[in-house]
Design a protein around this ligand. Structure first.
Ligand code: HEM
Length: 174
């Protein structure tokens, strides 16, 4: 079964890797400018004066836009989880290769848990626009605080682990 899949995928290895790489770029960078140069300054202003009407209005607008902006990242991630295993099978890579084992550890223990929470906060029950449409101000405030805390905690983690995974797969140090 694996042999048959490998024979099927091997001739397309570089094309699959091209698709994998394009979605790595979209996944890694699509929210970075919005986060660093829009969300962070706006949320910092809000934290300085949490009752200021304009600061709260800007916070709400920015967070709701950020929820939608994450769509690019959240389309790219499943594409990595599809093309990655295709490359693994097509290239005959196994966790016996240290770089690949460490990469899978990062994917399973870091990226997938963070993305599951990110999907929930941006598009499902945590989507701010949907909560606002329900008119539940308390839930809206709680969702804002939860998402902001999640971003403050998860951003330093991904800023380190994503370049590390790219280093692992390009340099294959062990
Ligand atoms: C989720 C985050 C992921 C990131 C950031 C990522 C990153 C990358 C990058 C940058 C490359 C290109 C390396 C090069 O051109 O030399 C690559 C290739 C590859 N990736 Fe991923 N990948 C991810 C997920 C996965 C998953 C889930 C798997 C497998 C289950 C996987 C398996 C592979 C394989 C086998 C290669 C080819 C290595 C080679 O030909 O040298 N990747 N990945």
């Amino acid at each position: 079964m694996i042999e048959a899949a490998q024979q099927l995928l091997a001739p397309w290895y570089l094309q699959i890797k091209f698709v994998h790489l394009v979605f790595v770029a979209v996944w890694f960078m699509s929210t970075s400018v919005a986060y660093r140069f829009y969300l962070v300054p706006i949320l910092r202003e809000w934290m300085k004066s949490p009752r200021d009407v304009d600061a709260v209005r800007m916070r709400n607008w920015a967070m709701e836009r950020f929820d939608d902006g994450a769509i690019l990242e959240h389309v790219a991630f499943p594409m990595l989880l599809i093309t990655g295993p295709m490359l693994m099978i097509g290239g005959g890579w196994t966790p016996a290769q240290g770089w690949f084992a460490m990469k899978l550890v990062m994917v399973v223990l870091v990226f997938i848990p963070i993305e599951v929470m990110d999907y929930y906060l941006a598009h499902f029950a945590g989507n701010k626009e949907k909560i606002r449409a329900r008119g539940d101000q308390q839930a809206y405030e709680a969702a804002m605080h939860t998402h902001w805390w999640f971003l403050m905690v998860s951003s330093p983690v991904v800023i380190i682990t994503i370049p590390y995974v790219i280093y692992l797969v390009v340099v294959k140090p062990f």
